[in-house]
Write a protein that binds this ligand. Structure first.
Ligand SMILES: C[S@@+](CC[C@H](N)C(=O)[O-])C[C@H]1O[C@@H](n2cnc3c(N)ncnc32)[C@H](O)[C@@H]1O
Length: 271
């Protein structure tokens, strides 16, 4: 693979980005002060950009570089690691191994890390946990490793389900501890969801969906059960706060990391 560097940012070079795709770029990335364009082979750049200040980088083993730079992420009582870093969990934490792949949830996004930290602060011993939008399965697996009695991960995207199951297996989490099913809330077609309510519901989705699903979260939680929501841009916190208020959640707390927020609340009053 070849990488060409061009000074500038996506904003200042916007007109060039389409040209790069048309020229066959397989990836574009903005780094401090320059754009990197990835090509499978040496490519004649279009004249509009060929006279720019391009540098061709030496060919590298990008796969090895990617594997090296994907560092372990500390999240509460766990460290989220790729399989090749399984021995590098921080002292006093347990490794949560996630194979980086097609599904969201390697721990490198602030929302995944904050949600894992929030789960880590709860006493999950023996508790049934519902993870809505499970992706890589990271939060359901985290719950199982933190002692949950059972975790169910659901995702609307079917490609995530075998990925989540494989990640559970890598972590030694058996199907009796964590199961993964295609689906969502509100459709009523998942037998597991018709069973007794869950002790904790966690969802890393987005603010508008939390607004839509807030009533479903309440319906699937035991009275007083904690709700952990993230994937929320800080500018949309009011939408989520209003939805939780509408559905009778109490004790709302907010934590932020950059543009992202995590909200916790409890269903109704303590029993
Ligand atoms: C931001 S990722 C979160 C992945 C993982 N739980 C984490 O915390 O890193 C959101 C996931 O939610 C799924 N999703 C989106 N809309 C959904 C819905 N209505 N019901 C269930 N899953 C949904 C997506 O397919 C995606 O896998």
């Amino acid at each position: 693979m070849l990488v060409y560097r061009l000074p500038g940012t996506f904003d200042t070079r916007e007109a060039h980005l389409d040209l790069l795709w048309e020229a066959g770029a397989t990836g574009l990335e903005e780094r401090a002060g320059h754009i990197r364009a990835y090509f499978g082979a040496r490519t004649a750049l279009p004249p509009e950009i060929a006279d720019g200040d391009w540098t061709e980088e030496a060919e590298q083993d990008w796969q090895a570089e990617f594997r090296r730079t994907l560092r372990p992420v500390r999240a509460g009582r766990l460290t989220i690691v790729a399989p090749w870093h399984a021995g590098e969990a921080e002292e006093g934490t347990r490794p949560l191994i996630i194979e980086p792949g097609m599904a969201f949830g390697t721990g490198h996004h602030a929302t995944t890390r904050m949600a894992t930290e929030a789960l880590s602060e709860l006493d999950l011993a023996g508790v049934r946990v519902l993870d809505v939008g499970t992706g890589s399965g990271v939060l359901a697996i985290a719950a199982a490793l933190l002692g949950a009695g059972f975790a169910l991960g659901v995702d609307i995207d079917p490609i995530t389900i075998p990925i989540a199951r494989e990640n559970a297996e890598i972590n030694g989490v058996a199907p009796a501890q964590a199961r993964f099913e295609e689906g969502t809330l509100g459709l009523g077609d998942l037998p597991e969801l018709e069973e007794a309510p869950f002790g904790v519901v966690v969802a890393n989705l987005y603010a508008e969906l939390h607004d839509l699903l807030a009533g479903e979260y309440a319906a699937h939680l035991v009275p007083g059960g904690p709700l952990v929501l993230t994937g929320i841009l800080t500018g949309k916190l009011d939408l989520v706060r209003a939805a939780l208020d509408r559905e009778g959640f109490t004790g709302v707390t907010v934590r932020e990391d950059g543009d992202w927020a995590l909200v916790t609340a409890r269903r109704g009053e303590e029993p």
